[in-house]
Design a protein around this ligand. Structure first.
Ligand SMILES: [Cu+2]
Length: 413
């Protein structure tokens, strides 16, 4: 276990060894690494600085933008915020180009006994600093992320430090997949024999803050058959089911050592796109009762006794959008596009994302459909050669007709 106890002096020593290995950058600079404007345009960039600055561990950037040494701490300021989320902000079915049909209105049309397409949700937002007073603006080319939280990037060897604030009225947490954490950074309450400070991460109370430290050893990075980066998710685990359906989900992208730009994105990828396929069961969100408050229903019954009401709250979404409302999946012919796909949910959440027009390589195999089960993640690389606006949808019939469809656009090079 010792080599995984990446704390204090031992962690610094590991970093120092890496930084001075043959072919790696030398030491000497203790100044903070800066994030280039290009980097800001492609990621929700962290405040990045070298681990153990002042201990002789430095960072440098090569002409192509790749970082030559690792061991950065990537600081993020993330809050859980309450929002009113619109699953179809255009008010139309942008796949058909027309108004919603009666069958589609089941999910999106508000009525005296139906919620419609706008729900109270909780989502992760990135802030500029620990005052949590200013949201970090999401670049226009990341608008497609929708209700997904900020994308956290890291290179193998780095640490991710999240100062988390809970601005919602419910206890929530941040539980990461894949990375290395101690018990005070797991973000999940269960009887694990811990106590005191080791439980402060489990469920951060309303108004509270917690500092999550997630290290990124080799086993959190790409394996032998993976491309230059892999994805992990993070999500709230205080009320595992209710929090995730409320919207508290985001992703972590880990790039192979030596393959990252300063902002952590892989140098061999031009465009990263992250899409979560999920039947958002708003009946099981922590806000379900509040969302249903004031609706008409049979005297003496809850609206949740009504099967048709239950059905109307199953939002077959991609990043929180239905019926083509997911915006901005854009790219150019010849670019190296990396799709990071994931799913959340329950037994209905078996999804088969399918691209029209172009193909991908996933798990080393050519495909235009890939498979996802709940909480599964898959990386698919595309070099589009066919310009146009193309359908990108779940191929499960029931999901497709319920709105799990979007388009992506390939422009000429
Ligand atoms: Cu599906």
């Amino acid at each position: 276990m010792d080599r995984f106890r990446w704390r204090g002096a031992r962690w610094v020593m590991v970093v120092a060894l890496v930084a001075t290995a043959p072919g790696m950058a030398g030491c000497g600079s203790s100044k903070s690494a800066t994030v280039s404007p290009a980097a800001v345009a492609t990621t929700a960039a962290a405040d990045v600085h070298a681990v153990a600055a002042g201990d002789g561990v430095g960072t440098s950037t090569s002409p192509d933008g790749s970082s030559e040494s690792t061991g950065r701490t990537r600081d993020y300021f993330i809050a859980a915020d309450e929002v009113q989320w619109d699953y179809a902000p255009s008010g139309r079915n942008l796949i058909t180009g027309g108004p919603f049909t009666p069958d589609e209105d089941v999910f999106v049309e508000p009525a005296p006994d139906r919620i419609g397409r706008v729900y109270k949700k909780s989502v992760y937002h990135e802030y500029t600093d620990d005052s949590f007073t200013k949201l970090k603006e999401r670049p226009a080319d990341e608008a497609y992320l929708g209700d997904l939280g900020p994308t956290l990037h890291a290179e193998v060897g780095d640490s991710i430090v999240v100062l988390f604030k809970n601005n919602t009225g419910r206890p929530v947490s941040m539980h990461p997949h894949g990375v290395f954490y101690d018990k005070d950074s797991e973000g999940a309450p269960y009887e694990d024999g811990t106590s005191g400070a080791d439980r402060a991460d489990d469920a951060v109370p309303p108004g509270g803050t917690h500092r999550y430290v997630w290290n990124v050893p080799e086993r959190a990075g790409p394996g032998p058959m993976d491309p230059s980066s892999v994805m992990w998710m993070y999500h709230s685990h205080a009320d595992e089911v209710g929090d995730v359906y409320a919207g508290l989900v985001g992703t972590i992208i880990v790039t192979k050592r030596g393959m990252a730009r300063t902002d952590g994105t892989p140098i061999d990828v031009d465009r990263e796109l992250i899409v979560n396929f999920e039947v958002d069961d708003e009946n099981k969100s922590v806000w379900a009762e509040e969302n249903a408050a004031g609706l008409e229903h049979e005297a003496g019954h809850s609206p949740f006794d009504d099967d048709e009401f239950i059905e109307s709250n199953l939002m077959h979404s991609m990043n929180g959008f239905v019926y083509g409302n997911l915006p901005g999946l854009t790219m150019q012919v010849g670019q190296h596009v990396r799709w990071y796909l994931m799913s959340m949910g329950t037994e209905v959440d078996l999804h088969t994302p399918h691209w029209h027009g172009n193909t991908v390589v996933a798990n080393g195999m050519r495909a235009d459909v890939v498979g996802l089960l709940p909480a599964q993640m898959i990386v698919a690389d595309m070099v589009p050669d066919d310009p146009g606006t193309w359908l990108f949808h779940c191929h499960v019939n029931d999901h497709l007709v319920a709105g799990m469809a979007a388009t992506y656009t390939v422009s000429a090079a």
